[in-house]
Design a binder for this molecule. Sequence first.
Ligand SMILES: [Zn+2]
Length: 618
Amino acid sequence: MMMQKSTLITSFSFFIISLAQAQSGYWQQRVEYTMHIKMNVMAHQFDGDQKLVYYNNSPDTLSKVYYHLYFNAFQPGSMMDVRSRTISDPDRRIADRISKLNDNEIGYQHITSLKQDGKEVVYKVNGTILEVTLAKPLLPKAKSTFEMKFNAQVPLQVRRSGRDNREGIAFSMTQWYPKIAEYDYQGWHAYQYVAREFHGVWGDFNVSITIDPTFMVAGTGILQHPDKIGFGYEKPGTSVGKETGDITWNFMAKDVIDFAWTADPDYTHDRAQVANGPELHFFYQKNEKTTESWKKMEEIAVKVFQYLNTHFGKYPFDSYSIIQGGDGGMEYPMCTLILGEGSLQGLSGTMAHEVAHSWFQMTLASNESLYAWMDEGAADFASSEAMASLDDKRNPHAGSYGSYFSLVASGLQEPASQHSDHYSTNRAYSTAAYSMGAIFLEQLKYLIGEDNFYKGIRRYYNTWKMKHPNPNDLIRVMEKTSGLQLGWYLRYWINTTKRIDYGFGQLTEKDGASLLDIKRIGDFPMPIDLVVTYKDGSKENYYIPMNELAGSKPDEGNPRIIAETWPWVYPTYTLKVNKNPSEIDSIEIDPSQRMADIDRKNNKLIMAERAPFKDQTK
Ligand SMILES: [Zn+2]
């Protein structure tokens, strides 16, 4: 009864908050899941009961709803299997492994009963999507309760979810339950599970897992009865009785977009507290490949949380678990599953990336399928800065620029605006999502200045937390914070494959000053930071505004001369430099190297190395 009451109060206050913070016209659906799972650990199967209260906050009447049945992807001939066997650069973790799964190794989720408000509904399964025709249309601002019974087989681990993976984790239970698809202003996002990614409905989860008493369970949410369960969850010093029969673990999570868990008999459970932040839980199998690195990683994880709290906004939950899942890292609400073995450096880098997803996905829940760059790029960006802050590495984003330049050179680049599953190569996807996403933010610093950037990113976080921001929402907050216009930048960087390339033309002397021609060689216009170094060692900074920006960024602490605006249609611009060419030692475009200029060789003019009147672009 208490539980029921507190759920009601939370839903009500959530509604009020949503109204107060809502952007004009913004709405989002809401879910309340209550699930009970009974695991058969020998057969790798489970029976599930799912009660889902679904709130239609949309202005539309819904006659159908869709669920994801992700486990069905792990069957020979599935779209994930065929895609992996036909794409030119398959993910080696998947390759042809799905095609070789036996009947007792495949995954499935079978629905045995489904009712809407007590009435049976008609449904059909198409691959990894369950299409449900409602017994009664769901009106705007109305809710329905769906009651489902299902059984499932956990696939032998291939990617993300599964059992008995190569690091020996018994159950990595991600994408494990029939999950209602998100419906938003773009309609249903009921994508087949081909490879990636996810988009979930905000809501509350109450999950009970009944399992063999030797298994330790870790995952999303807060364990409701730690002193009875033990396994390191109990208050220190509490004595916990040993159970002989199956144990039921009950986890609750509020305002999350998904629920993941793992179970293994050999986990060790450590805890660490972040000052003014969450309690961290670490779950791993202790052995010669993990013991030392996991212990050392704990302190790094605390520092990463502190850095991200300061720079990107406050982590909104009380708890976070870092769990050896036995496959590459994957982010979930309030937890991550990562590979457990390997070097401390690799482990910490993956941990930091997945932790950063707590900001960029588990709080700012962008649609990963459509805008993977918004969460993968931002997570890479934030975690690189957090890790660099620990070891004073000079440029945390150099790797992202390198990957982007290399993709451009390969000829495989595709616009970052594509659906994650529809890139022609995995490489084009990953570079667009991770590297170009990170560069998008670093280059935004270049455009609006570092102070505006961090103010803006925290304002974005606080404005859009627990919602589904899209690219325009991000750029609008940055515009409001900086006073500059940035829509052009979003369109060029994300929707096209246009490239930035600037270089020098002629340098001539006139009335004791220098006239320097700057050439826009690429078809992506940018404002220009430029530094002139004189032979006496002094420097002069210039800033050339570009008219699409409709203004100039602040000076970022370096005095500078603001030159006349460059109307972007002009291929060449002439800058007047105050001193005679004979006094100049060198001139450099973009000395901070935050602009993704694909040819940096022509960005620096060293007077001694060049005939002064030669056009460098010819
Ligand atoms: Zn990621």
